[in-house]
Write a protein that binds this ligand. Structure first.
Ligand code: SF4
Length: 502
């Protein structure tokens, strides 16, 4: 981290590179007096590779969820309510008033440090292409806005003053003196007491001047405080965009670092569809009838990728290698035992003999479960079920293969037919899915269908406070889709030992 940031320091760039390379590094600890930051100064302290990766992943979760809120046209209050527990969990940023004493305490410092470093790590990951830079600047600005709007009034003012943006607050005397002139030039304000103003050079607010929303006097624009948030936000976005351009130019030097490059590469992939890990507890659906005989009934809760595999299997009595792998891992993830999985495949492959099944297929199913295979097979636990990201980005299906994700790998016509065959006829929904797919937001299309198919139950759990926003975050794993669907459709059942992903 330190060495990387040294290379990116603009001022040092002008120094002799050879001297710099062999000089003893000097580090300065940031003291983070404010909750918010425009991230003007890169971090210079040392952090571990693990922190480097986990902090970046946590920030990415927040950004991806924010982006999906905007894709789904959630209103600002809905977005704020939805994001609150997610931000609290992954990227908490407390106000100074939450500090134990007058000093910024250690907890606040470590929250701000994580925020600062994770921002810069993602700058590195997302400065490579114009598309990534644009998306990153957009979601970072959304996050900044969300935080700015919920900031404590006093702290917000202290933060803004610390930016030295060359704004002069208009004194009560001056305000009174300008009186009608100020009111006449500020739309939406009827009484002087209802608003306060600050002065800036008029060239800094060209849009407000163009739309005649400010009073101009002696080269100064009198801007109402209500415009402050959007001005700070513009400043944030402007600085971030130029910071990203600068990082992009320095990026080739980073290729030499074989520790960071793979992590950064993985992070930028994660921006397409956030990756989701899977742990054994994720398949815990205590009491659910998960056995070979029940897979047909349970398939009503499967996402489209697994429904497609299931239907193809039933039609052809066979699936090709990657289809078997993707489906077996998913079935294992929903809690199907190895014995039941073997029974399921044996019964499904009903055109072959026991002998052929045992010779050609049995071993692979056992291998997926870690029943056979060496150390490389995750020490006897087998492989993890595939996440959406893996399905979307690896091994696209060829002719005659049914694995992959229908939202990505089907033509729009085939996708529409398949959705209609599964009972999705709502025209607006199909239109939304088509738009998502055209914009390559495959998992958003999948979530859109999920929300439509479970809208009654989602409303109920929200209204009755049974589930929080974190339990209804964007689905990025087929097994989450199954589990959430099963739980929502069985809300009336006796309480189960339920542990949702994340
Ligand atoms: Fe399956 Fe994920 Fe595609 Fe949905 S988005 S169909 S869960 S791979």
């Amino acid at each position: 981290m330190i060495r990387t940031e040294t290379r990116f320091d603009n001022k040092r760039k002008r120094l002799d590179h050879k001297k710099l390379q062999f000089a003893t590094a000097t580090y300065k600890e940031n003291d983070y007096p404010h909750r918010l930051s425009l991230y003007d100064v890169p971090p210079t302290q040392e952090i571990t590779l693990e922190e480097f990766e986990t902090w970046a992943i946590d920030r990415l979760r927040v950004l991806a969820e924010l982006e999906s809120c905007s894709f789904r046209n959630r209103s600002p209050p809905e977005t704020a309510a939805h994001m609150q527990p997610i931000i609290k969990k992954y990227l908490q940023l407390s106000a100074n008033s939450a500090a134990a004493g007058s000093q910024i305490d250690q907890r606040l410092k470590s929250e701000r440090r994580k925020d600062h470093y994770s921002h810069y790590i993602l700058r590195l990951a997302f400065s490579g292409t114009e598309d990534l830079r644009r998306r990153f600047a957009r979601v970072e600005s959304m996050l900044f806005k969300l935080r700015l709007e919920e900031d404590d009034g006093r702290e917000k003012r202290a933060f803004i003053e610390s930016l030295n943006l060359d704004w002069d607050y208009v004194t009560p005397e001056e305000k009174k003196g300008l009186g009608e002139e100020l009111l006449g030039a500020t739309p939406g304000v009827r009484r002087l007491d209802d608003e306060n103003w600050f002065k800036v050079d008029w060239t800094r607010v060209p849009e407000l001047v163009e739309h005649r929303r400010v009073l101009i006097k002696r080269g100064k624009a009198y801007v109402p405080l209500k415009e402050q948030t959007s001005m700070i936000l513009n400043e944030f976005t402007k600085r971030l965009e130029s910071g990203l351009e600068l990082t992009a130019r320095q990026l080739p030097r980073l290729d030499e670092d074989d520790r960071l490059s793979p992590i950064l590469d993985h992070l930028s992939k994660n921006f397409t569809t956030p990756d989701a890990g899977f742990s054994d507890s994720d398949s815990a659906l205590a009491g659910a009838p998960i056995n070979a005989a029940n897979i047909d009934a349970l398939s009503q809760h499967f996402p489209l990728c697994m429904k497609n595999l299931h239907t193809t299997l039933r039609q052809n009595s066979h699936l090709k290698h990657y289809g078997r792998l993707q489906y077996s891992l998913f079935l294992k993830g929903i809690g199907l035992s190895l014995e039941d999985c073997l029974l399921f495949w044996r019964q499904a492959f009903n055109k072959i003999t026991d002998d052929t099944f045992n010779k050609e297929y049995r071993y692979n199913v056992r291998h997926v479960y870690g029943d056979v295979g060496g150390d490389s097979n995750r020490r006897g636990r087998g492989y993890s079920p595939y996440s959406c990201q893996k399905i979307l980005t690896e091994h696209p299906p060829g002719t005659g293969e049914a694995h992959g994700c229908p939202y990505r790998h089907f033509s729009v016509d085939n996708l529409t037919s398949m959705l209609q065959a599964t009972g999705v006829h709502d025209r607006d929904l199909l239109k939304g899915v088509k738009e998502d797919v055209e914009k390559k937001r495959y998992h958003i299309a999948c979530n859109r269908v999920f929300e439509w198919a479970h809208k009654g139950e989602i409303k109920k759990v929200k209204d009755e406070g049974i589930w929080g926003a974190a339990e209804l975050d964007t689905i990025v794993h087929p097994n989450t889709y199954f589990k959430r669907s099963y739980l929502l459709k069985n809300l009336g059942e006796p309480k189960q030992d339920i542990r949702m992903e994340g």
